[in-house]
Design a protein around this ligand. Structure first.
Ligand SMILES: Cc1ncc(COP(=O)(O)O)c(C=O)c1O
Length: 442
């Protein structure tokens, strides 16, 4: 056989997701290992993880109980078909999640990514209304500057123009609430801003425009994460809940980032004393170790599906890897670890200290807003005159190459979200390195 033409050191074939590929390949940033709060770069530098990977490694990297659970699962059951069969870990995990979630969010559909969880939740909303004889409820209401992943459902209800504009018409019948963010009214607010609760009343306008009887669900992130950490104004989410309830519209909280301790609770819904109709989760459920996501679903929605001939699936939906044994093992070990370390409450206890550290960057060059909430914070930088995102990209390069820091940057906004195990001294290091980055990109 002729030897294969392999090019092991070429960066050519891999097309990186959500990445400026040409710029990246000129000056790559490669992470080859991770432990605790640090990655190791390919040139053996310790890179401080300022954003928990992508908001998923809540308990820090390389946690042994999770690693051991994954190894044991791989040795015992590599795969079990999730359609018409199941493996024990899926039931155990679902029970654990139902105990963690508020109210009667007692049923769980499992998937593999936040995007899949969102599309699953949208489909459950449609099939629920149909099962009730309300099949005309097909509209979804999302929000400008919402991020719900990259499936066609998710980009349709999402509100990030760059993620939508190349992809045609998407889902029909979708409308959007305005973003709750207004820099003039809210700049440098700590936690939930005072201004903006009234924006929830826009939902009333959309209901008047479309008719409540056409609307299936409203989907929002309790705090918009990927678009720069936009905390909800005081009273906003409560008002959305009241209006949706009044009109028979489902309320979906997308907690892919806010779930599992980021805002000091298992789910942000608890922070606001709200029981949404569904909660999507992903990321932190396995501490980022194995892809997994899912949807928590209220009993009434689940029960409405349990009709028809018993030999027929109640919902024609699912993924080959729903409830994969490695993922459920990782999730069970993760939830155990979170409970043992009381990580959600500990995260809440650090909120004020973290906010102080972030707000102390206020005088750094080009900072136009800082928005801390829980253990997450958006820092907006003034864009350079020669283009949006250029200063942000310089910040990515400066962080990695010169300051040994990883931080998530979207356009000209830094999103800081350290692992929830970070102590005051670690957060101080993140803060000081960001300070140096901001000086360098001034
Ligand atoms: C709120 C929210 N929903 C959905 C997603 C999509 O998740 P995934 O990238 O796993 O598909 C994300 C990802 O960041 C998210 O933040």
């Amino acid at each position: 056989m002729a030897p294969q033409d392999t090019k092991p050191n070429s960066l050519n074939s891999y097309w990186l997701p959500f990445t400026a590929n040409r710029a990246f390949k000129k000056r790559p940033r490669i992470l080859k290992a991770a432990e605790g709060l640090y990655f190791t770069s390919d040139d053996n530098r310790k890179i401080l993880d300022g954003s928990s990977g992508l908001f998923c490694v809540n308990a820090g990297h390389g946690r042994r109980p999770i690693v051991e659970a994954i190894k044991a699962a791989a040795e015992t059951l590599d795969f079990a078909p999730p359609f018409q069969y199941a493996q024990p870990g899926a039931f155990e995990l679902a029970e654990r999640l139902a105990l963690l979630a508020p109210g009667d969010l007692d049923h769980v559909l499992l998937a593999n990514s936040g995007s899949e969880a969102v599309d699953t939740a949208l489909k459950v909303a449609l099939s629920f209304h149909r099962a009730k004889g309300d099949g005309q409820r097909t509209r979804f209401i999302g929000r400008t500057r919402g991020y719900h992943g990259v499936g066609f459902g998710g980009i349709s209800v999402g509100g990030m123009v760059a993620n939508r504009k190349a992809y045609g018409n998407m889902l029909g019948g979708v409308d959007h609430l305005a973003t709750t963010y207004n820099r003039e009214k809210q700049a440098f607010s700590v936690g939930e801003p005072e201004w903006g609760g009234h924006l929830a009343d826009e939902l009333g306008d959309l209901i008047a425009l479309h008719g409540a009887e056409t609307i299936a669900a409203v989907i929002v992130e309790p705090t918009a994460g990927s678009t720069g950490c936009l905390p909800p104004p005081k009273g906003y989410l409560e008002r959305l809940r009241a209006i949706t309830e009044q009109h028979g519209i489902l309320l979906i909280f997308d907690e892919v980032i806010t779930g599992f301790g980021r805002l000091g609770y298992a789910f942000a819904a608890e922070r606001y004393g709200i029981v949404p109709d569904m909660i999507t989760f992903a990321k932190g459920v396995t501490n980022g170790s194995v892809p997994m996501s899912g949807v928590m679903i209220r009993s009434g929605i689940h029960d409405a599906h349990m009709s028809g001939p018993e030999h027929v699936p109640e919902m024609f939906h699912g993924y080959t890897y729903s409830g994969h044994p490695l993922a459920t093992a990782a999730a069970l070990a993760t939830l155990e670890l979170y409970a043992e370390e009381d990580l959600f409450a500990r995260s809440g206890q650090k909120e004020a200290m973290f906010a102080d550290a972030m707000m102390s960057l206020r005088e750094a060059p080009n900072v136009v807003d800082i928005r801390p909430i829980g253990m997450m914070c958006g820092i907006d930088l003034r864009p350079q005159d020669d283009g949006i995102g250029k200063r942000g990209y310089r910040a990515i390069e400066e962080s990695f190459h010169n300051q040994d820091l990883y931080v998530r940057v979207t356009a000209d906004t830094l999103i800081i979200a350290p692992p929830l195990i970070a102590e005051e001294s670690d957060i101080g290091k993140v803060r000081d390195r960001i300070d140096r980055v901001l000086t360098a990109v001034a």
